[in-house]
Design a protein around this ligand. Structure first.
Ligand code: PEP
Ligand code: MG
Length: 596
């Protein structure tokens, strides 16, 4: 007999951003819509009680903030917990408190009205400040103001990440890459967001953290209840709310099978990535943090094909110094020695924004102030990073690559700064690898079209398919509304990739692929056939790609690529690609099968 008091099961469909299944209660992260407090008059007799109510709200808010700060201190250390210092200072400011009390008494208005007016004055003053760092502090005032107003109104303040205390599936309208990087893996079993595409940096990070994730759920964060039971299926891209016993049973069986398959793939860890007809590829890993070197080894990757250094800049409360960066790069290089480690210079901007940087509100951030463009303007930041990478190169296995190169001019400028750093280090007598390979990411169509010229200034190319697809098809990689137009087998994309590989080959360079396409075994035959010599993927994806390579013939992959390069229809290319991949390794594509 179905239990009528039990809520009915609902399945919400999104995008399968990161494989895995999680079961648990939902923690719904509130949207920070500004609070509009009610306005009402009070009598003269009521003034002392109203002032006292305000005083109590301030004390309660201070208590909430201190608890959050303490939790952050335990999780991240004292430096990052300072984030809340500005909010606490605002609450303790005697000018703010006396101003509110005065307004309550003079205007005979409720505490919410008086406090909102005083806070508004501060907010406007912060907004008008010349110093961008100070302007950013306005966000703190807005946050603490809403918190006080919620307390006065007896409401719960919109839940924040720091309020998570129990194991849960996190549901949010959006998560920034830096918020995702800070998720407590012991508590957050997986996450679901309304926003985001499959190659948004939040999705990439979820795969790096091995955390099931579903993005592009449109408005799920408004449709689900905090505390509801749910299953998050990162393989299918669904959030199942209030699952029935039958669904729970089915997922239990799927989880068991997936674990068995993962164990089977692990057996390949020490095997080379070599095709059936003897063609060897380099299969390396994309990492976001020095802590991932253990995963690189355990998943059987041959070194690092992409270290996204920006997370060093997104995590802390200040820009990392040359020394701090050196420690991080040196640690990775030594832990993986003699395998190669490709360190990518800073690629902030786009969806990776930091509070530490002067605030630039951009209409179109992916087309804006990003990556090498920032570095060539902020020379001190760039130099500190180049020096740190050069110093780490003394280990002998480090390579450097520049992101978002659009043409040869940027590359020449970047190499000039690199030469200056080499000269400085030589004068200082610090060791480094004078022959360190330097590469360019090819992820902007203009770079693919001028790859011959770019090849004259570098030792290798690494194709960044995430951005190359985004920019060549004009499809925002983070926008779920256009996710279905994000098409890796579009003939235009494949021709740009082929052009890049051929130009690299003609100039004697090696060419790799480090976008998410390289981590999906579905596309392995196509990339191998196009002539990529290295594939770099999230560590968790390496075993499946290796499994496929070891069951593939180079000759078949080349036939597929030749077909794809003369075909006009992306669906037909995808169909043939799928047929070859599934024939080579049916095991990887069975239903309920994780590819991660
Ligand atoms: C890419 O664009 O494919 C890439 C690997 O870089 P990112 O995802 O960091 O932009
Ligand atoms: Mg990119």
């Amino acid at each position: 007999m179905p239990d009528p008091s039990r809520p009915t099961e609902r399945t919400i469909k999104g995008l399968p951003a990161s494989g895995g299944v999680a079961r648990g209660k939902l923690f719904v992260l509130g949207r920070s819509d500004p609070v509009t407090p009610p306005e009402y008059a009070i009598t003269e007799d009521e003034v002392p009680a109203e002032q006292e109510r305000f005083q109590r709200a301030i004390i309660a808010t201070r208590g909430q903030l201190s608890a959050i700060q303490e939790k952050l201190r335990r999780m991240l250390g004292a430096k990052d917990a300072e984030l809340f210092e500005a909010q606490l200072l605002f609450l303790d400011d005697p000018t703010v408190l006396s101003h509110v009390n005065r307004l309550i008494a003079e205007r005979r208005c409720n505490a919410e009205t008086a406090f909102a007016e005083v806070a508004r004055g501060y907010l406007e003053a912060f907004k008008a400040m010349e110093d961008s760092f100070m302007r950013e502090r306005g966000v703190d005032v807005r946050d603490v103001t809403d918190r006080v107003l919620h307390t006065l109104l007896g409401q719960d303040h919109a839940a924040s990440l720091a309020d998570i205390r129990e194991r849960c599936i996190l549901v949010a309208h959006d998560l920034t890459p830096s918020q995702t990087a800070l998720l407590d893996r012991n508590l957050v079993l997986g996450f679901a967001t309304d926003q985001g595409g499959l190659t948004s940096h939040t999705a990439i990070l979820a795969r790096a953290l091995n955390l099931p994730a579903v993005t592009g759920l449109i408005d799920a964060s408004r449709r689900v209840r905090h505390g509801a039971n749910a299953i998050l299926d990162g393989f299918e891209g669904t959030l199942i709310v209030e699952p029935t016993d039958a669904t729970l049973y089915r997922f239990g069986a799927i989880e068991f099978r997936q674990q068995q398959r993962r164990d089977q793939l692990r057996q390949l860890t020490d095997q080379p990535a070599i095709t059936l007809d003897g063609h060897a590829l380099t299969l390396s890993a994309n990492i976001e943090s020095p802590d991932e070197t253990a995963d690189v080894k355990s998943q059987g990757a041959e070194g690092v094909g992409l270290f996204r250094t920006e997370y060093l800049f997104l995590r802390g409360n200040s820009l990392p110094t040359e020394e701090e960066q050196f420690q991080a790069y040196d640690r990775i290089a030594r832990e993986l020695h003699p395998q190669p480690v490709i360190i990518r210079t800073l690629d902030l901007g786009g969806d990776k924004v930091t509070r530490l940087w002067p605030a630039h509100s951009e209409e179109n951030p992916f087309m804006g102030w990003r990556a090498i463009r920032i570095c060539l303007e902020e020379r001190d930041v760039f130099r500190a990073q180049l020096r740190a990478i050069l110093r780490a190169s003394a280990a002998g296995n480090v390579k450097l690559m520049y992101p978002m190169i659009s043409g040869v001019d940027e590359l020449i400028l970047a190499n000039e700064v690199l030469d200056q750093c080499r000269n400085e280090l030589t004068v200082e007598g610090r060791p480094f690898d004078f022959d360190m390979e330097v590469g360019a990411m090819i992820e902007i169509p203009s770079a693919a079209m001028t790859a011959e010229a770019i090849a004259e200034h570098v030792d290798f190319f690494s194709i960044g398919t995430n951005d190359l697809i985004q920019y060549s098809l004009a499809v925002d990689r983070t926008n779920p509304k256009v996710a279905r137009l994000y098409d890796p087998t579009h003939p235009g994309v494949l021709r740009l990739m082929s052009r890049t590989i051929e130009a690299g080959r003609a100039a004697g360079l090696w060419v790799g692929v480090c976008g998410e396409m390289a981590g999906d075994p579905l596309f392995t035959p196509l990339l191998v056939g196009l002539g990529a010599q290295e594939l770099s993927a999230a560590p968790s994806r390496v075993p499946a790609v290796k499994f496929l390579i070891r069951r593939l013939k180079l000759s078949e992959a080349q036939e597929l690529a030749a077909f794809a390069l003369q075909c006009k229809d992306s669906h037909e290319i995808l169909r043939r690609t799928r047929t070859l991949a599934e024939t080579a390794a049916p095991f990887l594509f069975e239903k309920d099968q994780p590819t991660a």
